[in-house]
Design a protein around this ligand. Structure first.
Ligand SMILES: C[S@@+](CC[C@H](N)C(=O)[O-])C[C@H]1O[C@@H](n2cnc3c(N)ncnc32)[C@H](O)[C@@H]1O
Length: 272
């Protein structure tokens, strides 16, 4: 696929807000502040480690760029730290949602949240103290370029907090090989790569995200080699552990142990 095709497919696919599955589960159909508060509470309860990547930093008065906005929970939380918040996304839906959220907070929103690509960040070199990008750069089609763009727009000493999918997760090491074995016998009409992408990101029509990369910690160190310091945490876990079709360990019980070893996501904190 050419870069232009990936960008166009991303703009279309992600126009449906990432997190729509959660909104449906909660019976959410509107965007009143009360409804969004309910969504955010559920989102942050599902990813309980996320808040500390924000609160550990002192963002007050700092210029913060978020790339890949989704439903806007993290963006709103970043803005509420009294930071000077900017947002960027390739799809119109997330841009509109974040502008709406900022307006609700009484903030200037239209020029601060832009439609655009992580591969061509529309800001000059050394513009930001922080860049947050959770679950986005691995969808761009060019992870190397995306990380170099993040590096470019950070000030010296600035920090990037980036989540990428872990290539050495339980899902990749166990679930996917088992699924592949099963797929030799049961065809579901899509390629195996598509099937895997759908395990990570699927829209309400059952379609998989157009492009997804999975990275090892070694690859991350290579990608972020220009940064002066880098720390990698492993977080998040699939669903639960099943034995003979019964849930024997629920997901929340795995987040502080197994997930820290073979979890789904790599959280990278990198200092320029
Ligand atoms: C999986 S969602 C993550 C959203 C949010 N950060 C979260 O964790 O819930 C990926 C987001 O990245 C955005 N995205 C995908 N490709 C992009 C690109 N090339 N540039 C900027 N944003 C992109 C999508 O539109 C979508 O909002």
């Amino acid at each position: 696929m050419s870069q232009q095709t990936i960008d166009a497919k991303n703009a279309e696919f992600w126009n449906e807000l990432c997190g729509t599955w959660l909104a449906r589960t909660l019976g959410i159909t509107d965007v009143s502040p009360e409804t969004l508060r309910r969504f955010d509470e559920a989102y942050l309860a599902f990813y309980p480690y996320l808040e500390k990547y924000v609160t550990k930093q002192n963002l007050k008065g700092k210029k913060v760029l978020e790339i890949g906005l989704g439903y806007g929970t993290l963006g709103q939380f970043l803005a509420q730290q009294d930071s000077d918040y900017y947002g960027l996304d390739i799809a119109q839906g997330p841009v509109d949602m974040m502008r709406y959220r900022l307006t609700q907070l009484g903030r200037q929103s239209s020029y601060k949240v832009q439609l655009g690509s992580a591969l061509d960040i529309p800001y000059p070199d050394e513009s930001f103290d922080y860049v947050y990008s959770i679950g986005c750069l691995h969808h761009t089609g060019n992870l190397g370029k995306a990380v170099s763009e993040v590096y470019r727009v950070l000030i010296p000493g600035g920090k990037a907090i980036v989540m990428l999918y872990n290539q050495h997760s339980f899902r990749q090491l166990v679930t996917i090989p088992l699924t592949r074995l099963r797929s030799l016998f049961v065809a579901d009409g899509r390629t195996f790569a598509e099937h895997i992408r759908a395990m990570y990101d699927m829209n309400s029509g059952g379609e998989a995200a157009p492009f997804t990369e999975y990275v090892s910690q070694t690859k991350v160190k290579h990608l972020f080699q220009s940064f002066s310091q880098i720390k990698i945490d492993i977080q998040n876990f699939d669903t639960y552990i099943l034995f003979r079709g019964r849930v024997i360990i629920p997901r929340e019980k795995l987040l502080n142990n197994l997930a820290r070893l073979i979890g789904l996501d790599l959280y990278i904190t990198a200092t320029k």
